[in-house]
Design a protein around this ligand. Structure first.
Ligand code: MG
Length: 243
C-alpha cells in the first residue's frame, strides 16, 4: 500500500479513535467531483448578485461551495442588507441563479470520476451521492452521464437536509442510506466546507483539489488525505477496497 495512504489511515485512527475498515459505502460530492461545474456556478452566482444589487466577487463562491443555495443567499443578504433573507427572496434568487446557470451550457465531466465509480462497483461497494445542490439541470444528468452509479435511494441532495454542509448531517444521512458505519465509509469532496462535513461525520475523507484552492487547504479543513485529481482518487479508493 502506498505510504501516503498508510499515513492517512494512521491519522484517521488517531482522529476517530478506531481503525478504518474495508469501505462499504463511498460517498461522492457532485459539483467539482463528478461535474466540472464550479466555474459555471461562480459565474451564475456573480450574475444573479449583480441583478439583485448584491456586491460579490466571482471567486468567493469557491469558498462557499457545498452550502445549500438558501444558505448562500441568506449569507449574501445579511452581508449586503444587514438582515436575513426572506423566504420569497430565497426562492426567487435561487430560481434565477439556476436559470442563469442553465443558460451557460452543460458543464463537462471531471476526468477520472467514472474510474472511481467503477472501482467502487467492482469492489462490491455502494456509491452514494452527497451534494448540497438542488440544481435539477445537473441532478437530472446523473443517470445519463454516470449510468448505474447512483440509485435513486442512494442520493442526498439539498432537498434531504436541514442543516447542510459544513454540518456533518448530509454525510451522516449518506452513510445511513448506504447502511455503513463511519469507519466503513469514504467521503470524497472538493470544497473546504464539504470536506469539513465529511470529516466531522467520521468518514474517511478524501479531499480532491479540482478547483483553485491552495495546497493543504483541504487537509486544514479535516481531510485525511488531499490529492489533485479524481484519477489519483481512483487509485487510492482501489487500495482502500483491499483493506
Ligand atoms: Mg463540490
Amino acid at each position: 500500500m502506498l505510504k501516503k495512504i498508510e499515513e492517512a489511515l494512521a491519522a484517521y485512527c488517531r482522529r476517530t479513535g478506531r481503525a478504518f475498515e474495508r469501505p462499504e459505502v463511498v460517498m461522492f460530492d457532485m459539483d467539482g467531483i463528478l461535474f466540472d461545474s464550479m466555474p459555471l456556478h461562480c459565474v451564475a452566482w456573480k450574475n444573479v448578485c449583480d441583478e439583485y444589487g448584491i456586491q460579490a466577487s466571482r471567486d468567493e463562491f469557491y469558498a462557499t461551495e457545498g452550502r445549500t443555495g438558501a444558505s448562500t443567499i441568506d449569507m449574501l443578504c445579511r452581508r449586503q442588507f444587514g438582515r436575513a433573507a426572506t423566504e420569497e427572496e430565497v426562492k426567487e434568487i435561487y430560481a434565477r441563479k439556476c436559470e442563469l446557470f442553465k443558460q451557460l451550457g452543460e458543464p463537462p465531466l471531471i476526468a477520472g470520476a467514472r474510474d472511481v465509480i467503477d472501482a467502487v462497483l467492482a469492489g462490491g461497494s455502494v456509491c452514494v451521492l452527497v451534494t448540497g445542490s438542488g440544481q435539477r439541470s445537473v441532478l437530472d444528468r446523473l443517470d445519463r452521464e454516470y449510468p448505474g452509479a447512483f440509485a435513486p435511494e442512494m442520493r442526498v441532495t439539498a432537498f434531504d437536509v436541514k442543516r447542510g454542509k459544513p454540518d456533518p448531517e448530509p454525510y451522516l444521512i449518506g452513510m445511513e442510506k448506504g447502511g455503513a458505519q463511519p469507519w466503513t465509509a469514504i467521503g470524497i469532496d472538493n470544497a473546504p466546507l464539504g470536506v469539513e462535513s465529511s470529516s466531522k461525520s467520521g468518514a474517511f475523507t478524501i479531499g480532491v483539489r479540482t478547483g483553485p484552492l491552495e495546497e493543504g487547504s483541504l487537509l486544514a479543513s479535516g481531510a485525511d488525505i488531499e490529492i489533485n485529481s479524481m484519477t489519483e482518487c481512483a487509485k487510492i479508493v482501489s487500495q482502500l477496497l483491499l483493506i
